[in-house]
Write a protein that binds this ligand. Structure first.
Ligand SMILES: Nc1ncnc2c1ncn2[C@@H]1O[C@H](COP(=O)(O)OP(=O)(O)OP(=O)(O)O)[C@@H](O)[C@H]1O
Length: 297
């Protein structure tokens, strides 16, 4: 598999603020990545460095095998759709679509047209007159129709309703199926995108907390519910990422696959074992006590 992004010891500091702190990861060709984490975790800072919009404080970074700064060859292979995209004052929707092929060599005009219809975008309306959701939809159209080998969506759906978000997921999967490329989705709507993601990177307080295939993560944590004393005894020595006591009961989230024997033991103890969604897992890992508890194990 071809590596298209390689980052080693990447840091970005603003005075004492370590927005990104010694992060290393690789992105492979033809995969959908989730870049996830809480507000202020450092996701946007990483995306800005990958797309050469921000200088790093230290570390190494290669995008398509090269340094991305002022590198036309690298930058024309990237499409970065960000929440706060600015357009020239006079631009209409159709102007955005007309200039896009100049920036994106793989631009697919037909796909753009069909997406404009899907999202019911008014081609002649000025960008500054669009609703918040319509603005997001234009970003999605550009991101998908660019067919850029590295396409990055940073919270692409501010203001988009549930129907439009589903449309985005459907069109993304369909087009990605026919034209595989590397896609980074940064979002807080983890449950909504979890089925789309093939690999997950979780950033917390500037550090990389998790770098794992989504398939491995699915089923890699369980919720154990029952009497607090029995849950505690069952979980002894296991990697617990969250505990939530209520009365004499306890609900706890444990990392790692439970064996058949352990499940039988749990059933004998009257404990209930249930699945944990990717979102729950990440919330627990990056929550106020999630990290601490894991570190304590
Ligand atoms: N120009 C700057 N000067 C000082 N601190 C900054 C600057 N830009 C970002 N930061 C800080 O760096 C940290 C990471 O910010 P970043 O925007 O990367 O987070 P994020 O994960 O994208 O958050 P969100 O999900 O809220 O968009 C935050 O603490 C932020 O306040």
């Amino acid at each position: 598999m071809t590596t298209i992004v390689e980052v080693k010891g990447l840091s970005k500091h603003y005075g004492k603020v370590k927005a990104v702190d010694n992060v290393s990861f690789k992105l492979e060709e033809g995969k959908i990545y989730g870049l996830l984490g809480r507000n202020g975790a450092g996701k946007t800072t990483i995306m800005h460095m990958l797309t050469a919009q921000l200088f790093r404080t230290s570390g190494e970074m290669k995008v398509f095998g090269e340094e991305p700064y002022e590198n036309e060859k690298v930058l024309k292979q990237i499409c970065f759709i960000k929440e706060s995209q600015k357009y020239p004052e006079t631009f209409r929707v159709k102007d955005v679509l007309n200039v896009s092929p100049l920036f994106f060599p793989n631009w697919d005009k037909e796909l753009a047209q069909s997406l404009v219809e899907d999202f019911r975008l008014p081609l002649k309306r000025r960008m500054k007159k669009l609703s918040r959701g319509m603005l997001s939809a234009v970003g999605i159209v550009v991101g998908l129709a660019s067919r850029a080998p590295l396409t990055i969506f940073d919270e692409p759906y501010l203001g988009l309703d549930a129907v439009a978000r589903n449309l985005f997921y459907d069109r993304l999967l369909a087009d990605y199926g026919e034209h595989p490329r590397t896609i980074i989705l940064s979002t807080h709507l983890i449950d909504e995108v979890s089925q789309l993601l093939e690999h997950v990177l979780v950033i917390d307080a500037g550090k990389l907390l998790l770098d794992e295939e989504a398939e491995t993560l699915r089923g890699s944590a369980s919720n154990v519910v029952g009497s607090a004393a029995k849950v505690d005894a069952f979980l002894a020595g296991k990697k617990v990422i969250h505990r939530s006591p209520f009365g004499g009961l306890m609900s706890a989230t444990v990392l790692g696959q439970l064996s058949k024997q352990e499940r039988l033991l749990a059933a004998e103890q009257g404990l209930e074992i249930g699945p944990v969604s990717l979102q729950q897992m990440i919330v627990h890992m990056t929550g106020s006590n999630g990290n601490n508890e894991e570190a304590a194990q």
